[in-house]
Design a binder for this molecule. Structure first.
Ligand code: NDP
Length: 322
């Protein structure tokens, strides 16, 4: 496994990490979660991603219980969570980054995890109703309380990040250290264009999400929707219609000769493509079982094979992206 600095922070994250969205609490229990976490950890993964909103807190409970079961030394891994969506639908606890919500939310997360601190916390989306200054103060105060070590954002615009950074600098507060955007063969512009000025400018690190576009880039949906797969889950029609379009499926089929030549799977090719980007600190993978983790971690062997000519062929295979 390769380890990369989280932007200009001293902390290093494994180039591939593992997250729990949809999976923990919806598809898998503590035992399967622990088996997947172990498969990743055994391959050198040191970062596990979570969020308050994932299965309304159940995902944090399951990951916490799995970590207790595994009994790893706390210094050997990083855990994250994210705040914004909220667990209770009322004006101050729902779709917000106000100070009261954030200070309550961190305590709720730590309790569900059963941890003394989480390493990284993210503002899960921007909140147009709370001044960025209020959020920066709250995140900085959470770091000062020792309940987390670094804070960052998820799907904030470059301008919002620049503003948050300026507020922190002006008031000598903790600066946002990392952003969590979507990044895969189909969704690239934010990482490659919009944020381009922030990597050296602000020392921003990236923990990117949905590297397989919810599994579509594994090729498993090429001939329909397999039973038990994410896009077969009830309540996720919105995801199915955005993730599994005809254009995308055609692109995945065009990747097949490339992956055959490289001697890897489509999933490994798609993950290696993300990990190859030097501005991506860690590619957060997802998996509903340990076998997928084992397959996906081997993507690191493919990164070096993605030379300019292979990258050109991948580009031709996936001409449509945003
Ligand atoms: P992916 O796009 O990689 O999708 C992962 C899913 O694809 C798995 O759960 C599994 O689903 C399927 N899969 C994975 N590997 C394979 C394989 N080798 N062969 C076949 N199927 C496979 O990642 P996610 O969308 O899960 O995102 C990764 C993480 O990013 C999340 O867990 C979360 O931590 C984070 N995230 C953050 C967001 C944000 O807003 N900040 C938003 C979304 C995710 P199945 O077996 O059920 O079909």
């Amino acid at each position: 496994m390769e380890y990369k600095r989280l932007g200009n922070a001293g902390i290093k994250v494994s180039a591939l990490s593992l997250g729990s969205w949809i999976t923990y609490g919806k598809q898998v229990d503590v035992d399967t979660a622990a088996a997947s976490l172990k498969a990743a950890y055994d391959e050198g993964v040191n970062f596990f991603d979570n969020a308050e909103a994932y299965e309304a807190g159940k995902s944090e409970e399951i990951m916490g219980a799995a970590l207790r079961k595994l009994g790893w030394r706390r210094g050997s891994y990083l855990v994250s969570t994210k705040f914004f969506w909220g667990l209770r639908e009322n004006p101050n606890e729902w779709h917000t980054l106000n100070r009261k919500y954030l200070l309550e939310a961190i305590d709720g997360s730590l309790k569900r995890f059963g941890l003394d601190y989480v390493d990284l916390i993210f503002c899960h989306r921007p909140d147009p109703d709370t001044p960025i200054e209020e959020t920066v103060f709250a995140m900085s105060d959470i770091i000062a309380s020792g309940k987390t070590l670094y804070w960052g954002t998820s799907e904030w615009s470059a301008d919002q990040l620049v503003e948050a950074y300026a507020v922190a600098e002006r008031h000598h507060l903790r600066k946002p250290q990392m952003e969590q955007p979507q990044y895969n063969l189909f969704v690239r512009d934010r990482v490659e264009k919009e944020y381009a000025r922030l990597y050296t400018g602000l020392g921003l690190g990236l923990t990117t999400w949905s590297p397989l576009a919810s599994g579509v880039l594994s090729g498993k949906y090429n001939d329909g929707i397999p039973e038990g797969s994410r896009l077969a889950l009830s309540g996720y029609d919105w995801l199915k219609s955005s993730a599994m379009t005809r254009d995308r499926l055609d692109s995945v089929k065009r990747l097949e000769p490339i992956m055959r030549e490289l001697g890897c799977t489509t999933a490994q090719l798609a993950l290696a493509w993300c990990a190859r980007n030097p501005n991506v600190s860690t590619v957060i993978t997802g998996a509903s079982r340990p076998e997928q983790v084992k397959e996906n971690m081997k993507a690191m062997d493919i990164v070096a094979k993605l030379d300019d000519s292979v990258m050109k062929r991948i580009e031709e295979a996936v001409p449509d992206h945003e």
